[in-house]
Design a protein around this ligand. Structure first.
Ligand code: E4P
Length: 218
């Protein structure tokens, strides 16, 4: 399973990329707003940091506008994936951009039939938002299982499942068990993945016992 990092913060991306944890990046308008930086500059910096796909979201609501913005964004670098919302116009833009060789991430997916539509529109990625479903007391991960089953039923669907709105390591573990293709993970959660209290406790105990041997590996 690939790990994308869900942020527009270049410092976080660089640090996590150095640790080998970044297969790609997803941004959205809210994440861009948090940085206070110019969108195009941010994207150019991110694309120079990773060879993996970098999702850049359009803000137009009509298909023609999305296509025009998507084409502009795609010119920034070869690894831009244009992000469009899961609306009729978004699906139309998805089909057009995909047919013209641009990667497309269809975002704001909250149902299995929406994911089926994105698959039929040729999306490179579908982004189901599991955390926002959990917030409504709906198990977001059940949606991932349904989408996996649906996509596996049809060889013609090549769309990758990109689990989004991840809030904790359990989301990541369950996504991997279900065979999701990608998780996009906020930096803090990505750092959390490595942590386990028994790892820390075990390491402390080993080092204490090692001291007692009086040896030094060098
Ligand atoms: C995905 O591409 C989105 O940027 C993101 O995962 C949304 O997550 P949120 O629900 O935590 O805002």
């Amino acid at each position: 399973m690939k790990f994308f990092v869900d942020t527009a913060d270049i410092n976080d991306i660089r640090e996590l990329a150095d640790a080998g944890l970044v297969d790609g990046v997803t941004t959205n308008p809210s994440l861009v707003a948090k940085t206070g930086r110019d969108f195009m500059d941010i994207l150019a910096d991110i694309c120079a940091t990773t060879d993996g796909p970098v999702s850049a979201e359009v803000t137009a609501l009509d298909a023609d506008g999305m296509i025009a913005q998507g084409e502009k964004l795609a010119k920034i670098a070869d690894n831009i994936a244009v992000k469009v919302p899961l609306t009729i116009d978004g699906l139309k833009a998805c089909r057009y951009l995909t047919d013209n060789g641009t990667m497309v991430n269809v975002t704001l997916c909250f149902s299995a039939v929406q994911a089926l539509l994105a698959g039929k529109a040729g999306a490179t990625y579908i982004s189901p938002f599991v955390g926002r479903l959990d917030d409504l007391a709906v198990d977001g991960m059940e949606l991932i299982a349904d989408i996996r089953d649906i996509y596996d039923n049809y060889d013609s669907i090549k769309t990758e499942i990109l689990v989004a709105s991840i809030r904790n390591p359990t989301h990541v573990a369950r996504a991997a068990v279900m065979g999701a293709d990608v998780c996009t993970i906020p930096p803090a959660t990505l750092r959390q993945l490595v942590k386990h209290p028994l790892t820390d406790k075990g390491l402390d105990a080993f080092l204490e016992d090692w001291k007692k041997t009086g040896q030094d590996i060098g």
